[in-house]
Design a protein around this ligand. Structure first.
Ligand SMILES: [Zn+2]
Length: 267
């Protein structure tokens, strides 16, 4: 009996961790970059909604709330809203959709509420939806949140990370960012956010679906790379070197696009 209970707990924990996006640091970096590119109006409105707290402060709130029974706004069934698992050869448009929702449909729904139905939302809904959008735009740019359904978004692809057993999903959630640099979130934001206006303009357009399909392509590159190395490859310095540009690009683009989304909502 004890053994069964242990197995059930282990399965629950597996499910729990699989929904996490970038670890807290990745989400903080995305939000910190976005904060630098908010319009004065968006900044003012966000400041009012979050009662003086920042979007960085709440960037991981959605990961922490997802198992809470106390969340009152009917959105406690958002476990699947952190990702969309797309099998090889599919795009968001052609994949089989999760009936419980996913990161793209979730963002579309929340953004619609915050733009077209804003007046009818209660204060606490506005707060919740804003915090969710901040988090989910980060997840949308996390490669293994567009991983394959067949391996549960990289959770089933076993790798070693500097000799330790883990999964490809877990490598991208937090191990990459922690191994690539010893920077804190604001140092990451400061070092990455050095582009010109032309670059930002190019990045700050498009739709959730288009951005997500870019992430699907990034995930495909990662699968190809790892499969080439054979079963349970040991990823270490070479992997960090090869994929740091992708990590940086996704954090940066996620930050700019989050600013773009919030500036559009609060215009
Ligand atoms: Zn998440």
């Amino acid at each position: 009996m004890k053994k069964i209970a242990f197995i059930i707990i282990a399965i629950l924990m597996l499910d729990f961790t699989s929904a996490y996006g970038w670890g807290a640091k990745g989400h903080d970096v995305v939000a910190a970059i976005a904060e630098q590119h908010l319009t004065p109006k968006a900044k003012r409105k966000i400041n009012r909604i979050l009662d003086g707290k920042s979007i960085v402060y709440y960037s991981s709130w959605m990961d922490n709330i997802q198992n809470s029974p106390y969340w009152e706004n009917g959105y406690n069934k958002t476990k699947t809203w952190h990702y969309a698992n797309v099998d090889e050869g599919f795009t968001y448009q052609t994949m089989t959709k999760n009936p419980d929702g996913d990161v793209v449909s979730g963002l579309e729904k929340l953004t619609k509420e915050m733009t077209e139905n804003y007046r009818n939302l209660t204060d606490s809904m506005r707060v919740d939806y804003l915090k969710m959008i901040v988090h989910m735009v980060g997840d949308l740019h996390c490669p293994m949140h567009a991983g394959r359904l067949s391996d549960r978004g990289g959770n089933g692809t076993k790798v070693k990370w500097f000799g330790q057993n883990t999964s490809l999903h877990s490598v991208w959630d937090s191990k990459m960012i922690d191994s690539a640099r010893k920077w804190n979130y604001s140092e990451w934001a400061e070092q990455l956010d050095r582009t010109d206006r032309k670059y930002r303009k190019e990045i700050m357009k498009g739709s959730y679906e288009e951005w997500f399909n870019d992430t699907v392509e990034n995930a495909a590159d990662l699968y190809d790379y790892v499969e080439e190395l054979g079963d349970t490859p040991n990823l270490s310095y070479q992997f960090v070197y090869d994929f740091s540009p992708l990590l940086e690009e996704q954090l940066l683009n996620g930050g700019y696009r989050l600013a773009y989304v919030l500036n559009t909502i609060f215009k």
